[in-house]
Design a protein around this ligand. Structure first.
Ligand code: C2O
Ligand code: CU
Length: 423
């Protein structure tokens, strides 16, 4: 094996997983861990991942955010399902540093809900950020019965509610555990990589009002670090922050503030973990203010090349359908390699949708006619009700079939998705 290759073997199966001392669930996941193992590589290296499927149903594995060849994207559009008892080898170069993740892309509302996901970290070639520790936090929630079992909503009304709101449960998880204790030393600054792997939950990171620095999102480092006290992370999105320094003996709840995304469920403030600050330790942290330069793809007034409308419409069979350009599971027009894309994505509905584009990063040029405060590479971006964004992206030379969809898994399943070809 060459030095610049990273080989992993992931086996998908059902297994017993303890989310807390009182709760054991029948999870579906990789290598009997929830989340699955964290895969690591350096920017520019090759990743080879053999996936063995020991579940009783077919699966695909999608590499969310990686700019890989279309044939490796892990959807039903580009490969045959990995059937029970079979395996498939994914092989691709990771061209960008950042916080990525992998997850099932088959029967997602069940497979992902039960735990079929893990982190994929691509390190920068040079260590721009020197933190005292580097930690991954995968956010999730599960909706379980009193017996801690996964159930599908049976009756029409609960089914309609889950289809509308997405599935949200009260078992709140960070890295597969309920309210874990996170230890850190006083005086240190750690890099925390957040990945929202939940079906539908909007997570608003809050550290009891303490300021933290946002340094990176879906497509890697921002231009400058940003100091905030709260941060919305919607399903599919990633943000890296610098946490600390905190004082010895402090206990800080890691919480999500309420976010009103217009659902039947009432938004609540909820605790996901507890940070316990121990003894003071020497620090090596070097976190520059300026992180890198991002080149703007297009001016704000660039003319629109495609309109994508997200909406919700009534449906006799399902109560409601989730639509792209007034239809479900759409085939959109192809785009040409190298041709700058300026898309208007219009959320004409009365609820939020995190828009996700497979395989490519985009820049948000404006939101409701206003420029964004800062430039970033995104692959997932939330649209509140009645919001229009203008995004710019370039299909580089990776022809094939791609897709975009809402990352609320129930909306995706209910039709809010489209395929298109890069030609
Ligand atoms: Cu995480 Cu089709 O996406
Ligand atoms: Cu949606």
């Amino acid at each position: 094996m060459k030095a610049n290759q990273n080989y992993y073997h992931l086996t998908a199966s059902e297994f017993e997983w303890q989310v807390s001392t009182e709760k054991t669930i029948k999870a579906w996941g990789f290598n009997q861990q929830l989340p699955g193992p964290t895969l690591k590589a350096r920017k520019g290296e090759e990743l080879i991942v053999k996936v063995t499927n020991n579940l009783e149903q077919p699966t695909f594995i999608h590499w969310h955010g990686i700019r890989l060849p279309a044939s490796m994207d892990g959807t039903g559009e580009v490969q045959k399902p990995i059937l029970p008892g079979e395996d498939f080898e994914y092989r691709f170069i990771v061209p960008d540093a950042g916080t990525f993740w992998y997850h099932s892309h088959a029967n997602e509302t069940e497979q992902m809900e039960r735990g079929m996901y893990g982190a994929l970290i691509v390190e920068e070639e040079t260590d721009i950020i020197q933190a005292d520790a580097d930690k991954v936090f995968m956010i999730d929630d599960m909706k379980l019965t009193a017996e801690n079992e996964f159930t599908k909503p049976g009756w029409f009304i609960p089914r309609i509610i889950e289809r509308h709101d997405g599935r949200q449960g009260d078992t709140l998880l960070i890295n597969g555990k309920e309210n874990p204790i996170i230890d850190m030393a006083a005086g240190q600054q750690e890099r925390w990589r957040f990945i929202n792997a939940a079906s539908a939950r909007y997570f608003v990171l809050h550290l009891n009002g303490k300021a933290f620095k946002v340094i990176s999102t879906d497509g890697g480092l921002l231009e400058q670090s940003r100091k905030v006290t709260q941060l919305l992370i919607t399903p599919g999105e990633r943000y890296d922050i610098i946490a600390g320094p905190f004082a010895e003996g402090e206990t800080i709840p890691l919480e999500s503030l309420p976010y009103n995304r217009v659902t039947f469920l009432k938004p609540k403030q909820q605790q996901f973990a507890t940070i316990r600050v121990g003894e003071q330790k020497p620090t090596i942290a070097v976190i520059p203010e300026n992180l890198r330069k991002i080149e703007l793809l297009a001016p704000r007034d660039a003319s629109i090349t495609r309109k994508v409308k997200l909406s919700v419409g009534p449906s006799l069979k399902n109560g409601m359908d989730f639509l792209v350009n007034n239809d479900v599971h759409v085939n959109d027009k192809p785009v040409n390699v190298g041709e700058l894309q300026i898309w208007e994505v219009n959320n004409a509905s009365l609820m939020d949708h995190p828009f996700h584009l497979h395989g490519f990063f985009f820049q948000v040029l404006e939101e409701n006619g206003k420029a964004l405060e800062y430039l970033a590479w995104k692959d997932t971006y939330n649209l509140p009700p009645r919001t229009k964004i203008k995004i710019a992206w370039v299909p580089d030379n990776r022809p094939g079939r791609w897709m975009y969809h809402c990352h609320i898994l129930e909306h995706h399943a209910a039709g809010m998705m489209a395929n298109f070809d890069v030609v």
